[in-house]
Design a protein around this ligand. Structure first.
Ligand SMILES: [Zn+2]
Length: 100
């Protein structure tokens, strides 16, 4: 797996080019409110799993950009998920630094 950073978020994928292309397409589609299900199904049918993952993360990214900011203490599932991701990413960096 290869680590990627897009828009301040970390992702891991076996196929970075496909993932990035999928992410761009997902962000575009999310902003334009396109019908995205057919596109995801087509990518699955082609076996482009990295592109599917990138696309779904791109859609999520576009949705986050459209939503108002949540307060730091917000307990909605998205904020809980984001804070857990942040904690794990800080821990990963700390562990790598400690190992060096
Ligand atoms: Zn929230």
């Amino acid at each position: 797996m290869i680590a990627l950073e897009i828009g301040g978020r970390r992702y891991e994928t076996a196929s970075p080019d496909l993932f990035i292309a999928g992410h761009r397409a997902g962000e575009r589609a999310g902003r334009a409110a396109e019908d995205t299900d057919a596109y995801v199904r087509a990518l699955y049918a082609q076996g482009d799993h990295a592109a599917v993952a990138g696309y779904l993360h791109g859609l999520a990214s576009a949705a986050r950009q459209q939503l108002p900011r949540h307060p730091a203490s917000c307990t909605c599932p998205r904020c809980l998920f984001d804070r857990r991701e942040l904690r794990e990413s800080i821990y990963r960096v700390w562990r790598e630094a400690a190992a060096a």
